[in-house]
Ligand binder design. Structure first.
Ligand SMILES: [Zn+2]
Ligand SMILES: [Zn+2]
Length: 401
């Protein structure tokens, strides 16, 4: 039954004399504010018992969060309809978008006969015979594999982060090996994180729509129902992480090797991750700007419409007290279990599906284990590169539009 210990949100007053001026944080923990070295020194005999804190830099750590999303997708591979049916047309790179019955546009993928998972893994040629090349085929495969469940994956990642990091605090006994673990970004502690809801601007030919043999049209992941994770520091700096752009052919990727422990059997070497300084829509990094320049309006690449704090949500904090993780799965005590899917529905502003609900709980459990195994165990995070290696996976043989 973890209790979540919130980080300091704002520096309001010196915790010794109450002064409102010249306030600075304790540089070791980022959790105590003082007006002067005198006040800090006088508080030290008490504060030292709770000061010890590992402060993990988000710039170095965020690939672990991208691993969570990928671990979930890898285990669900093959559940997408488009991977269980043969592709009978040729949606190769360069194919224009076509009009859909609802007036929108997308690149059409026509699905034919079912294909079994065995046949599929044996020979992907059978899945899509008219692909321009094997590279093109596998690129589409990776896009489809990474479709869907954007919101439950984002929320579960936040919950796993709270669960693994923010349930730790320094106990009163100074000789205890337990210590507090907190995230920081640049020089300031993370004060809040949660879900941003909005839209992502995508070129019509980078959207997919599946047409079944009976003519039914099913649109792939929606660019208008998009979510990502925002972070805000105590100083007010912002950062965002979006690991769900890949299906839109916005293929920012990062190397996973430095983050994957040897015990993890299979995670791809490159996984989607877009980490950006600042809030969505402004101050884009060079890599993202380069990516965005391929779409119509770089300034409107991601448009935030609403945000929902997860870390500081009172209902979520209360519900956490009934949560347990046993043998890699989440169990709940009492009625708290419903608080999490209800929050999912609140963020989405709609009813959620049973698949989304299941995805929320399974991703949370996976995420909790990934953070512990990849980052916290044996202090692995201390060996992470200061910033990850990032690249862009373009369409095979594609030249700049
Ligand atoms: Zn003071
Ligand atoms: Zn301190």
């Amino acid at each position: 039954m973890p209790q979540i210990f919130l980080p300091l949100d704002e520096i309001t007053h010196c915790q010794v004399c109450g002064s409102l001026k010249d306030l600075r944080l304790c540089s070791q923990c980022g959790e105590a504010a003082y007006c002067s070295t005198e006040c800090q020194k006088s508080d030290w005999p008490t504060h030292k018992k709770t000061c010890k804190t590992d402060r993990i830099d988000l710039t170095s750590f965020h690939p672990v969060l991208a691993l969570i999303a990928e671990a979930v997708r890898v285990s669900a591979t093959g559940t997408q309809r488009a991977l269980r049916h043969v592709i009978v047309n040729s949606p190769n790179p360069g194919t224009p978008a076509e009009a859909l019955p609802d007036g929108t546009q997308a690149r059409i993928v026509k699905l034919g006969d079912p294909i079994s998972p065995e046949e599929f893994s044996e020979n992907t040629f059978k899945w899509w015979p008219t692909a321009k090349s094997e590279a093109v085929r596998l690129k589409l495969f990776r896009r489809i594999t990474r479709e869907g469940n954007v919101l439950p994956i984002c929320l579960a990642t936040c919950l796993a982060l709270m669960h693994a990091l923010y349930s730790t605090t320094t106990p009163a006994a100074a000789d205890s090996p337990e210590h507090r673990i907190r995230l920081r970004y640049k020089s300031s502690p993370i004060a809040d994180f949660g879900i941003a809801r909005g839209k992502i601007k995508v070129a019509p030919e980078d959207l997919l729509a599946y047409v079944l043999s009976d003519g039914t049209v099913i649109k792939a992941q929606s660019p208008d129902d998009h979510y990502w994770i925002y972070f805000r520091t105590q100083k007010g700096d912002e950062a965002m992480l979006d690991c769900n752009m890949f299906p839109f052919n916005l293929c920012l990727i990062g190397h996973t090797r430095p983050y994957v422990p040897e015990s993890v059997s299979y995670v791809p070497e490159l996984v989607p991750m877009c980490f950006k300084d600042g809030a969505a829509g402004g101050g884009s990094s060079a890599k993202l700007a380069k990516l965005a320049s391929q779409s119509e309006d770089p300034g409107q690449f991601l448009v935030e419409r609403a945000r929902f704090s997860v870390l500081r949500n009172p209902d979520i904090l209360a519900a956490f007290e009934g949560v347990e993780v046993r043998d890699g799965s989440i169990s709940m005590i009492g009625d708290v279990m419903e608080a999490f899917p209800e929050f999912l529905a609140t963020i989405a502003g709609r009813k959620i599906t049973s698949e989304e609900r299941d995805c929320l709980f399974s991703t949370w459990a996976t995420g909790y284990n990934v953070i512990n195994d990849a980052a916290l165990k044996d202090d692995r995070w201390k060996k992470f590169p200061p910033r990850p290696q990032i690249g862009i996976e373009t369409d095979p043989g594609d030249v700049k539009r």
